[in-house]
Ligand binder design. Structure first.
Ligand SMILES: N[C@@H](CCC(=O)N[C@@H](CS)C(=O)NCC(=O)O)C(=O)O
Length: 337
């Protein structure tokens, strides 16, 4: 790729320049402040949307709660809803401590922004949502279609390459705001919207007439999603990384929000260490030994978070699919504690 196209790819992915925030000890800052400042979606049910009391609910907000609890012992979070375009700049500038907003890890985002993706919380893919009456069954039949794309997302870059590779033309309509992106599609301004498949499934299911829309079978890119932090604070990065792993390990060990007290008392060396009945799990990442216990008792394990927000226990009922544990054939895998 030449310099111009690299620059274009970087711009298309919503990347705005080098990191500017002063380095800080985030574990100490969060402890002193008494809350974690988390960047979240403006309103995507299941992944991050406010409830009636203005509290953010969803898979990503629950990761904010888990990280806050690991540090503070309780899920104290200040929510900062962000547009797709503003999210990385906001993290770079230090306006938020952590970003949890269906953000895809890419080389450019991880390597050139001074940011880092410590873990994945949802393995997704990019797809296309169309009006069913278009009579199309796969993307190669979309020659000449009008495609709505949200600015500052990976989708913008991927879709252009996809149409070029297929050798067919399309008219891109690049939209800045998240709300306008969906309404443009539902009001007929474009034939297709492209984004993460989870997002497309949710938008379709929560529309007035889900049958009028269909997600095409094409998966045009991988899209691993996860929390993002600044790259200059290894200790905080470790907390986010190992909190994510703790959620997976708890699922693997059968530790749930309901049974965590009972599990902590079991005559099992691994469980006792993991849940802080015996010392060791906190010291290496600068936390108390009860941090995993606190996270699970406040937020639950990964399967509980998945189920209540996007899975079988929610109206969305998305399948676990690739997000199942490795032991169930999925990609979710935690190293040993
Ligand atoms: N995972 C992709 C797509 C993410 C995405 O499309 N996010 C949008 C739409 S859900 C968003 O955060 N919108 C909020 C807004 O702009 O208000 C990425 O990281 O670029």
């Amino acid at each position: 790729m030449n310099k111009l196209s690299t620059t274009l790819a970087v711009l298309a992915a919503g990347i705005v320049g080098p990191v500017t925030a002063a380095s800080a000890d985030m574990v100490e800052t969060v402890t002193e402040r008494g809350e974690l400042v988390c960047g979240v979606h403006t309103g995507l049910v299941g992944f991050g949307a406010p409830d009636e009391s203005g509290e953010w609910q969803g898979l990503d907000p629950d990761y904010c709660r888990a990280v806050a609890t690991a540090i503070l012992g309780e899920p104290k979070v200040k929510w900062v809803p962000l547009s797709a375009q503003a999210r990385f700049t906001s993290l770079q500038n230090g306006e938020i401590d952590m970003l949890a907003q269906n953000s895809t890890m890419t080389l450019a985002r991880d390597a050139s922004l001074g940011l880092t993706f410590p873990a994945f919380n949802f393995y997704d893919g990019q797809g296309l949502l169309i009006r069913s009456d278009l009579g199309v069954t796969e993307s190669k039949e979309l020659d000449g279609a009008t495609v709505c794309i949200q600015q500052g997302t990976t989708s913008e870059y991927v879709i252009r390459n996809h149409f070029t590779d297929m050798g067919i033309s399309f008219t891109p309509v690049v939209i800045e705001s998240g709300t306008e992106f969906f309404s443009a599609f539902f009001s007929g301004r474009c034939d297709v919207i492209t984004s993460d498949l989870s997002q497309l499934a949710i938008v379709r299911l929560t529309s007035e007439d889900p049958e009028a829309y269909m997600v095409l079978p094409d998966i045009i890119a991988k899209s691993p999603l996860g929390p993002v932090v600044r790259g200059d604070d290894k200790a905080f990065e470790n907390v986010v990384k190992w909190t994510s792993y703790a959620l997976l390990t708890a699922e693997e060990l059968g530790v749930t929000q309901a049974n965590v007290d009972e599990m902590k008392m079991q005559d099992n060396a691994d469980l006792q260490k993991f849940l802080g009945a015996t010392p060791g799990v906190g010291e290496l990442i600068g936390l108390g030994d009860d941090w995993v216990y606190n996270v699970i008792s406040n937020v639950g394990n990964y399967s509980e978070i998945f189920d209540r927000n996007v899975g079988a226990g929610s109206p969305l009922a998305l399948p676990r699919g690739q997000n199942a544990l490795w032991s169930d054939g999925g990609l979710m895998y935690s190293p040993l504690f």
